[in-house]
Design a protein around this ligand. Structure first.
Ligand SMILES: [Zn+2]
Length: 155
């Protein structure tokens, strides 16, 4: 090894710089891009904007900055737009609720399909736990299982 230490350090520095140049675009790609607003967010922003505009319009009218005819026309248009936005938001919420109910139903269906149903379908008279077929004692509370010829739990 006949490298002077200075050359070695310079080489190391160059290597680090090169590594950074190569790696930086990768980091850039990983930084989260600003998510475009969802439809709901856009609607809620518009609702706030409409309410703000109506307040400003009311203020302008009270301070005699606009004529009554202009005020009434502008206000009617804003109120109408606000109603449209509210309707759209409500429709969106109803769709969300529908999707939620469907998801819950699917979940329950899956759970029921996954739960093994005992062949005899009997339950413990003591605690109500499902009994495996042929069980002599309840696996949950330990109560002796009363066997009946019909396979139905005796009362
Ligand atoms: Zn039991």
């Amino acid at each position: 090894m006949n490298f002077p230490i200075g050359t070695l350090l310079l080489g190391l520095a160059l290597l680090i710089v090169l590594a950074l140049i190569v790696a930086l675009p990768l980091f850039d790609r990983k930084t989260p891009v600003v998510r475009p607003p969802s439809r709901r967010e856009a609607l809620e922003a518009e609702r706030r904007a409409v309410i703000h505009s109506i307040r400003e319009l009311d203020f302008d009218f009270r301070t005699n900055k606009i004529s009554e005819a202009d005020y009434r026309a502008l206000r009617a248009a804003l109120v109408q737009r606000g109603a449209e936005v509210l309707r759209a938001l409500k429709a969106l919420e109803e769709r969300d609720v529908d999707a939620e109910i469907e998801a819950r139903v699917a979940q329950l269906r899956e759970t029921r399909e996954a739960t093994p149903v005992p062949a005899n379908g009997r339950v413990c008279s003591g605690c109500g736990a499902l009994l495996p077929s042929g069980a002599r004692f309840c696996p949950s509370c330990g109560q002796p299982v009363a066997h009946s010829p019909t396979g139905v739990q005796a009362k």
